[in-house]
Write a protein that binds this ligand. Sequence first.
Ligand code: AMP
Ligand code: MG
Length: 492
Amino acid sequence: MNVRIPFDNSYARLPDRFYARLNPTPVAAPRLIRVNRGLAEELGIDPEALASPEGVAILSGNAVAEGSEPLAQAYAGHQFGGFSPQLGDGRAILLGEVVGRDGRRRDIQLKGSGATPFSRRGDGRAALGPVLREYLISEAMTALGVPSTRALAAVTTGEMVRRDTMLPGGIFTRVAASHIRVGTFQYFAARGDQEAVRILADYAIARHYPDAAGSGRPYRAFLDGVVARQADLIAQWLHLGFIHGVMNTDNTAISGETIDYGPCAFMDHYDSRAVFSSIDYQGRYAYGNQPNIGFWNLTRLAEALLPLLGPDEESGLAEAKESLAGFAPRFQAAYDRGLRRKIGLAGDDESDTALAHGLLTLMAENTADFTLTFRALCEAAAGPEGDKAMHALFKDGSAYGAWAARWRARLSTEDVAPEGRQAAMQSVNPAFIPRNHIVEQVIESAVTAEDFGPFDEFLEVLARPFDDQPGRERYALPPAPGERVLQTFCGT
Ligand code: AMP
Ligand code: MG
């Protein structure tokens, strides 16, 4: 079957030093796990063709599609605070870009497609587990309304990869608004290549912040835009209990999408210090520290852009500081607005933030499940009959009662019908998130028993996170004590 992918590759037209051109390395025996049909259609690609043997050859790197100009992108990055001047796509290859039916330009990238000049000591491959993990969580994030890279497809390779043990290999096809990272700017800035920084900034503006181009200070407006999108993004993460786990500057996308689902996790019980990543020893990327790290990463971007921000160092610095100063208020406003909606408030009263934080504190003290608590609260908003479920979520049942009295007093000041309020709350408080223990279970079935049924079913559940799904209640439950996942791994 003829696979037509309408490539239009703008990154490949940038100067040579932005990337290394090379084809993916073929694999022994590729097999399709899944094609994301809806996304394929959005991109103007026939899903049937993509799922055909010719399509699978492209998705596994065994064939190069017509119009594709494969390349590995150069980038640098601060990892856990330490700077690596050269990272780059060590196991990923950009096949090219397509402009979708919605007019948006997006990258199509293979991840796990073989060694590149940026591989350092790595093998350029991905294990099947992390491929499935990224597929599930990036699609779940999208359904939850969080800007995110997407999953177009996943294949197994028929080859094993060596990690701590030998594991089946996989290749993930990622779709992203772009793969430009804070670290892409750092790569050129660290080399003193100001011309490249400017070319990249102009490119990123045209692609992601076209309004900035028309402003009097395009680079300042660009930085302001990235700051705003990151602030909004991280606020959304917190509203859902999401912990990215590796907020390195090379994993911070200029587009404002969540990128790189390595050791990420959604927390079960609420704890602002929660850390899951096996390599985050000091809690640098803990749940509650994510806004601070977001700001830190944006500061690295501002540094890389300094020469563009003003005619001399002093004025550039002043612009950078002003722009960065926008982060905290933007984040706080987005975070508070979201919290108000989570507890069912339409308006904005001075005392609302304290009220919402009162609930979070109770949740922390009572190790209440984050997602279940907010979901149960939707019911409680419709009437006190809903309180029973709330009480059950707190170790100290009376703790909720006192808070609920304050909450109801505040709710009664707003003229909103209870059913309407409940529906509004249910549209921001999901019933289903990719809980760690279920993610691990479905991966385990796929990896050890080659049974992808549980993966497919979980993906279906996660596609409608805000709907009650009768018969699928178990997916909404926190782990039993024996099921609890304490650590997640990058699996690189
Ligand atoms: P990540 O932890 O996935 O954000 O990757 C950090 C850096 O390590 C990037 O430059 C990756 O391309 C590189 N990398 C990760 N895993 C591998 C691998 N298996 N082979 C080669 N490079 C890798
Ligand atoms: Mg990365």
